[in-house]
Ligand binder design. Sequence first.
Ligand SMILES: NC(=O)c1ccc[n+]([C@@H]2O[C@H](COP(=O)([O-])OP(=O)(O)OC[C@H]3O[C@@H](n4cnc5c(N)ncnc54)[C@H](O)[C@@H]3O)[C@@H](O)[C@H]2O)c1
Ligand SMILES: C[N+](C)(C)CC=O
Length: 506
Amino acid sequence: MNLAVIELTSRAGGAGVGGKQDAYPTWRHPSNTRACSATVGVMWEQLSARKRCQIVGSVAAALCDRSDELIQACASPQRTDPVETITSELLPLCAALRFLAKRGPKILASRRVGMWRRPAWLIGVHSVVQRVPLGKVLVLGTWNYPLLLPGVQLAQALAAGNQVQLKPAAGTEQASQILVECFHACGVPADQLGLLDSDTSAAVGAIADGMDLIVLTGAAETGRKVLHGAADTLSASIMELSGCDAVIALPDVDERRLMDALRFGVSFNGSATCIAPRRLIVQRDQHDAIVDRLRETLADLSAIAVHPAARHSVADQIELALEAGAVDSTGRYCETRLRDEGTMYPLLLDQVTEDHEIASADIFAPVLSVISADGIDDAIRLVNDCPYRLAAGVFGPNSAAADVATRLNVGTVTVNDLIAPTADPRLPFGGRGQSGFGVTRGPEGLLAMTAAKVISRRRGSIAPHLRPRSESDQRILHGVLQLMHGGGIRKRLAGLRRMVGGVKKK
Ligand SMILES: NC(=O)c1ccc[n+]([C@@H]2O[C@H](COP(=O)([O-])OP(=O)(O)OC[C@H]3O[C@@H](n4cnc5c(N)ncnc54)[C@H](O)[C@@H]3O)[C@@H](O)[C@H]2O)c1
Ligand SMILES: C[N+](C)(C)CC=O
């Protein structure tokens, strides 16, 4: 285990670890120390969860201090508007860090298991369930949200006491460097949080070395490759993978709200959002009205840059769909523009059916396929039958939408909204099927960075299982079984008689 030494100083006169109760400690990395009145060598994982969470929470202020640099570092052909970096990365990341500082210690606290509901045959046993660090955590970052996604994962892994390595996605090196520097500046030791090269070979090497947890945010295909590597070392993993999210429009939907949400969802972050809407499922009798309105809604959106890695596969998918009978409803799709220049206008593909490959493809571009359903059950089936089940949106009257939401087999359902509600630091996030497994973020994401460790202590001299067996044991224990779990009062009384009979014979 890593022997990172950090220095504890106290603003209230430098009392340090053993100092006054009211001393408010600040943590400094050795390379960043100024006046230190008390110094104690402490391993990161040995700090209390409260202190780790406090340090990690203070990173929010460091990010604010460097927000201009971060906004600049996140600028890309997909992220042209600085407002998007503030709203989709910095604000939710800082909120998540503050949440960790406030709620982390309680979430990570040990759970005492005392007398209440203790099985009678365990009299004298007292247990505690601790949440301990897993050890070495590898975070494989993606390019589309380079601060929020790896940032929360790093913060939670560190708050849980782990040693963390970030492998950033290509193109996010500068943003990742600043992110990691902010953690270091706040007191996370350099050898507790490392930054690897963005080349894939760095990830492959780290996986081969053996990790205690691998957290991947990326494509489903990458998930398969990473899992192959993880199998060799039996490393645990959390897979945050691709989506092909559906929006279901219910009868009596508020069309204005639906249009606004789809316009936002299709274009936000250059449509490079794992939970951007890719399929719109409408009832047949709503189809024409909704498609007409949507065509108008999307008509004035500017062309969007598609990531170089995705251009040709997106163009292939669209070509296949058009050949199979789908219709370019917006009339602005230009294949050569997409393939050669790498940009496209948001495309409304009408007349798509579930048999079209594009209806269940991992597409990272502004393409929205319209699929008609025969009733609500059919709409739900279309979502639940898709191999990708990251999130879904349901638009319609509240109670009907809430009912549909409970029947969808996806990780997150947003009702009458898209994407934004997932930025809440109190919520976990994760998909099903080809969209991956495990969760990050929220209390559940924090616990996923820990292992449950149980310590059971027996007090007193009662330990019947340690005594030699006697002939009457079977009768007594069979009686106990019936007395405690028999179905109905008569069977329980019979159990009592059996037990007493056994005891008398002893
Ligand atoms: N579920 C989510 O939370 C979520 C969020 C954002 C993006 N995504 C998905 O991510 C994809 C786009 O992001 P991307 O292009 O960065 O994904 P990607 O799968 O190409 O890369 C993700 C990370 O894995 C690394 N990687 C690639 N091949 C590897 C290998 N063989 N071994 C180890 N590491 C490897 C990459 O270098 C990168 O750091 C889309 O499919 C999108 O749906 C999912
Ligand atoms: C869930 N979200 C929007 C933060 C990131 C998906 O790409």
